[in-house]
Design a protein around this ligand. Structure first.
Ligand code: GUN
Length: 301
């Protein structure tokens, strides 16, 4: 039997609708949530992502400001801009799009962002707070979006064996920390497999929930999935497709056609985790605005 297809597009729309009402309420109290995105250079994928983030923010009434900097911007200048945004009362969320050019120390930039405005959840203080299970913390958008998808489709992780493929700071590691938190949306038994795991299939076949975030098209095939597992594909890969107008197709890390015949539920690419990342960025921004102007935080989720 073919798996249920989990539509991130539909769930993200639901979340954006919920946020739109919260923003309306905040605006009627004279508070406008503000998001600043900083893009260094002209990486086409980063340009596309940052453009989508700003557009989505504007659509729900968030004030959004995009700062475009040249590829060769000095590190000190970028740090100065971040400092300015930290002090700006109109801005409640700061996102510096990664990756940054090689001459810039990424860790130094992330450390410069005020943790209270760190809507990516990448500041070491927020990373640390998440790793000790705190809930009053901004958490990274993509893995938090995965948790929302699981919860909103009746696939709560509590008591399940969740296997994550990938150990990145943006997805794999925070995904594990979220799944380990106490509560219905956590309480999972967590394993992490990665590029140095010798027999990947032996690990992935144990998963009740399999989350794949490595950036290798079609890495996970049907024989690596336990029948009835829930499969979440975080990968976004371009593969050549000469028969199409664009010359390429976007696919995930999971062989969708094969795995959907084994899994009980699966996310597509595109239209799966991608839209959730943006929805959670908006939620982090609205939450942050609520915290930074607490008397105006009516209707918080
Ligand atoms: N680059 C790829 N994903 C992300 C993300 O979630 N946030 C930022 N800032 N950069 C990214």
């Amino acid at each position: 039997m073919s798996a249920e297809i989990i539509s991130g597009t539909a769930i993200a729309k639901e979340i954006r609708e919920e946020l739109k009402y919260r923003v309306l309420e905040m605006r009627s109290d004279g508070a406008v949530p503000g998001l600043a995105t900083v893009l260094v250079g002209a990486n086409p994928a980063s340009q596309l992502y940052v453009g989508m983030k700003n557009k989505a923010a504007k659509e729900i009434g968030i004030h959004s400001r995009q700062i475009d900097l040249p590829q060769d911007v000095p590190e000190e200048e970028l740090l100065g801009i971040v400092e300015g945004l930290n002090a700006d009362p109109e801005i409640h969320g700061i996102l510096v799009q990664l990756p940054l050019p090689d001459h810039i120390d990424e860790d130094r930039v992330l450390l410069a962002i005020d943790p209270a405005k760190d809507v990516d959840g990448f500041h070491p203080r927020n990373v640390g707070a998440l790793s000790i299970g705190r809930r009053d913390v901004m958490t990274p958008c993509t893995p938090t979006g995965v948790i929302e998808m699981l919860m909103r489709t009746g696939n709560a992780p509590r008591g399940k064996h969740a296997v994550i493929v990938g150990r990145s700071n943006i997805v794999g590691k925070p995904m594990a920390a979220l799944l380990l938190r106490k509560g219905e949306d956590g309480d999972a038994t967590v394993s992490i497999a990665h590029s140095r795991t010798p027999d990947m299939g032996a690990i992935t076949r144990q998963a009740d929930i399999l989350i794949v975030a490595v950036g290798i098209a079609g890495l996970v095939t049907a024989d690596m999935v336990k029948p009835g597992a829930v499969v979440i594909d975080v990968g976004i890969n371009r593969v050549d497709a000469p028969d199409t107008e664009r010359g390429y197709r976007v696919v995930g890390d999971v062989d969708f056609e094969g795995v959907k015949e084994v899994a009980s539920a699966i996310t597509p690419v595109p239209g799966g985790v991608g839209p959730m990342t943006i929805a959670l960025l908006l939620k982090n921004t609205v939450d942050s605005a609520g915290r930074l102007a607490p008397d105006r935080n009516r209707g918080a989720m």
